[in-house]
Design a protein around this ligand. Structure first.
Ligand SMILES: C[S@@+](CC[C@H](N)C(=O)[O-])C[C@H]1O[C@@H](n2cnc3c(N)ncnc32)[C@H](O)[C@@H]1O
Length: 217
C-alpha cells in the first residue's frame, strides 16, 4: 500500500464527528495501554522508534525519562500531524521495509495498528529490518488487531450503518489484510523472524481492541 493512500486517509474530513469518537479511544485508552507496555519492556534511556507512527496520537502519554523518541511513517501528512506531539524528538518520512538506521542502533520499536495492513511478505521484510536495527536484547511492542476485537466489531457495525444510510462504501482505515487469527499466529510470526521470548497479550487495558505482541531480539 503506497504513501498516497495513507496521505488520503490522514487528509480525509469525512465523518469528522465519528473520527472524533475514535480519536477519543486512541487518545485515552490505547495511549494508557501503550504507556504500560513501554514502562514494562523499554529501558528509560536510549533511542526508540514508532515504526508506522501515523499521527503518533496513541503515543502522546509515553514517559520520556532519558528516552529519545522517533516517529517514522510513510505518509508525509501523518508526519506533519505527528509534529503536534511535543514529546517526539525526531520525525522521519520513510518505509518500515527499508529503515534509515544503522545496524544495532535502536533500543526499542513499537507500533499500533500497522502490521495488519502489510502482506505476509512485507511483514517478514519489516521484521527483518527490526532485527537489523535493534540492539541485541531489546524489544518490539506491536499492537496488532486480531480477527475479532471490540474495536473491529464496532468499526464494522458503524461502517455498515453508514453504507445503509448513504448507499456508499465507507471504511475507517485502508484494508486490514493481516489481522491475527490467534495468539499462536502472532508468536509464530515473531519466531520465524528470529525473535525470542515472545509473549502475546489480549489486555483489558486496551478494552480488548488489539493483541499486544512483545518479543526480544
Ligand atoms: C492505522 S495507522 C496508525 C495509527 C497511529 N497509531 C495513530 O495513533 O495515529 C497506520 C499507519 O501506518 C503507516 N504505514 C503503513 N505501511 C507503512 C510502511 N510500509 N512504512 C511506514 N509506515 C507505514 C501508515 O502511513 C499509517 O499512518
Amino acid at each position: 500500500m503506497g504513501s498516497n493512500e495513507w496521505d488520503e486517509h490522514w487528509s480525509s474530513r469525512k465523518f469528522v464527528s465519528l473520527n472524533f469518537a475514535f480519536k477519543f479511544y486512541r487518545k485515552h485508552v490505547m495511549s494508557n495501554a501503550l504507556s504500560y507496555f513501554f514502562e514494562k519492556y523499554f529501558p528509560k534511556d536510549g533511542i526508540f522508534v514508532e515504526c508506522g507512527s501515523g499521527t503518533s496520537l496513541t503515543s502522546f502519554k509515553v514517559m520520556k525519562h532519558k528516552r529519545r523518541l522517533i516517529a517514522l511513517d510513510l505518509s508525509i501528512k501523518a508526519i506533519m500531524e505527528a509534529r503536534k506531539i511535543r514529546k517526539i524528538d525526531y520525525f522521519v518520512q520513510s518505509d518500515i521495509l527499508r529503515l534509515p538506521f544503522k545496524p544495532e542502533s535502536v533500543d526499542g520499536i513499537w507500533n499500533l495498528g500497522v502490521m495488519e495492513h502489510l502482506t505476509q511478505a512485507e511483514i517478514d521484510k519489516a521484521m527483518g529490518e527490526f532485527q537489523r536495527v535493534l540492539k541485541k536484547g531489546s524489544y518490539v511492542v506491536l499492537f496488532w488487531p486480531p480477527v475479532y476485537s471490540s474495536t473491529g466489531i464496532a468499526y464494522r457495525i458503524i461502517e455498515k450503518m453508514i453504507k445503509i444510510a448513504t448507499g456508499k462504501d465507507f471504511r475507517f482505515y485502508p484494508d486490514e489484510i493481516s489481522r491475527l487469527s490467534s495468539r499462536e499466529e502472532g508468536a509464530s510470526i515473531m519466531k520465524r523472524n528470529g525473535f525470542r521470548d515472545c509473549r502475546v497479550f489480549f489486555p483489558w487495558r486496551n478494552c480488548f481492541g488489539d493483541l499486544v505482541v512483545v518479543a526480544k531480539k
